[in-house]
Design a binder for this molecule. Structure first.
Ligand code: PLP
Length: 478
């Protein structure tokens, strides 16, 4: 029987193997040599009637994903692509525990609390506080922004004022999750546009947008686009002034998805965290510079009272009273344990050493790129920045950043994204390479030479064809 082909893969689903092999009793051959799945299209639009041996299932799936990129060559992503073998052992050993089941796995729940306490300390919380483990910064931001909305509503209701028009102020340099929050939870987004040569925001940008209906201002420590930071101290000073002079208390939430594990180690004297009066909550991705594989993020409050009691659900779960503050419920324990592993394994000195190594190699790569005479860096070397290189072509060329990214992918398989910036800097094209733990001195030198080589090829053969440009990663990477 033949069913319609899958339009995307072009596979036809047949039950029988090719006739010439059937003639040679494929069942017998299969029992001796296995791998029958290689003679058949993969199941792709309905659950197969019967299955296949475990080894074959493993083979089929593993062979399919060979077409994916190699994570360590993915210089677009902020997310961790390498962990120590010991951490991987710990992860493999805890894949079968459900984190939310605190009653059955109380020690894992305690380890989550230890991580939150350590982060609160790292972010200079003034005293005992609270927080949550999340799936990533997106969930942490949703929960943090919900807390801002609830707290604003409580304040307004106590004053007998209207609560129907909440707004949230942030720059165009934020991650898409902030707009998502506004749409999902019915809050007006007030987005400060960027401009050419201005890719972060400061107090003068937010001031015209803030009013008594502002639930909070969100500032970014280490933007997705260029790795720089908003002027957080400036925004804090403005909000303190607003509170003292006009009695409008607008909290600041810091999106430290990437920067939260970078600034405390590379720029410990820069105040961006709970040392600043108006900073009430901070999110950070454990799976970015926290150096854990994906699915772990954290939300930390300044004080316990910053988490509205209404957002916490108490229930009797498996015989114990349990409190939850999450958007999802069941999830694995592995990444919580892996985060704790990194904390005890590296400590402050280890994280600092790793961040400094990445920063050193990022500067090395920046020099290689600038020295070839075709590119300029975004920002200056003195800027505080995530360990990455953001750059763009300088002068006239017969090709653009998208061509360079595509040629680089074709020649060496590097995944370096090229993208345009958000409004009103949408005409600015940039490329950006994350320099993570596994991009050491040797590979940085190779990448630098490969970028030069890709430009040389483009100079000889001219711009790429549209079909080749499709290879380019045109979003920022996350
Ligand atoms: C500044 C910023 N905020 C939020 C996010 C979303 O984080 P996650 O992917 O952990 O949900 C990202 C992801 O790149 C980010 O860079």
């Amino acid at each position: 029987m033949t069913v319609p082909s899958n339009e995307k893969t072009g596979h036809r689903e047949t039950e029988a193997a090719p006739p010439d092999l059937v003639g040679r009793r494929v069942e017998k051959l299969e029992s001796e040599y296995g791998n029958r799945y290689r003679l058949e299209p993969p199941p792709d639009n309905k659950l197969p009637k019967s299955g296949m041996p475990a080894e074959d299932a493993l083979g089929l799936v593993s062979e399919e994903v060979l077409l994916d990129g190699i994570p360590m060559r993915n210089l677009a992503t902020f997310v961790t692509t390498w962990m120590e073998p010991e951490a991987e052992r710990l992860i493999a050993g805890s894949l079968h525990t459900n984190f939310i089941d605190h009653a059955e796995y109380p020690q894992t729940a305690e380890i989550e609390q230890r991580c939150i306490r350590m982060l609160a300390d790292l972010f200079n919380a003034p005293g005992e506080t609270t927080g949550a483990r999340t799936q990533g910064s997106s969930e942490a931001i949703m929960l943090g922004a919900l807390s801002l909305k609830w707290k604003w509503r409580d304040r307004r209701q106590a004053e007998g004022k209207a609560i129907d028009r909440p707004n949230l102020v942030f720059g165009g340099d934020v991650h898409v999750v902030w707009e998502k929050f506004c749409r999902y939870f019915d809050v007006e987004p007030r987005i400060v546009p960027l401009a050419r040569d201005k890719y972060t925001i400061g107090p003068e940008d937010v001031e015209p947008h803030v009013d008594e209906n502002t639930i909070g201002v969100a500032a970014v420590l280490g933007t997705t686009f260029t790795g720089h930071s908003d002027d957080i101290t400036g925004m804090n000073d403005y909000l303190v002034r607003l509170k003292n002079e006009k009695g409008i208390d607008v909290p600041l939430h810091i999106d430290a998805a990437s920067g939260g594990f970078v600034w405390p180690f590379l720029y410990p004297h820069t105040e961006w965290d709970f040392r600043l009066e108006q900073v009430r909550s901070i999110n950070v991705s454990g799976h970015k510079f926290g150096l854990v594989y994906p699915g772990i993020g954290w939300l930390v409050f300044r004080e316990k009272s910053d988490l509205p009691e209404d957002l916490v659900f108490y229930e009797n779960y498996l015989g114990k009273r349990d409190a939850t503050f999450t958007l999802n419920f069941s999830t694995g324990s592995a990444m919580v344990l892996a985060q704790y592993y990194n904390f005890v394994r590296y400590g402050h000195d280890g994280y600092r050493y790793i961040m400094e190594t990445m920063q050193y190699n990022a500067r090395l790569l920046a020099n290689e790129i600038v020295d070839c005479g075709k590119f300029a860096l975004i920002g200056s070397e003195q800027d505080e920045q995530l360990p990455l290189v953001a750059f763009q072509l300088e002068g006239d060329h017969s090709y653009d950043e998208f061509d360079v990214a595509s040629q680089l992918a074709a020649e060496r398989g590097w995944m370096v994204p090229a993208y345009t910036l958000p409004p009103n800097a949408e005409h600015v094209k940039i490329m950006r390479a994350l320099v993570k733990q596994t991009l050491g001195h040797s590979l940085v030198a190779t990448l630098g030479a490969d970028i030069v080589e890709a430009c040389a090829t483009l100079e000889k053969k001219g711009r790429l064809h549209e079909s080749e440009r499709k290879r380019v990663k045109t979003n920022t990477g996350y």
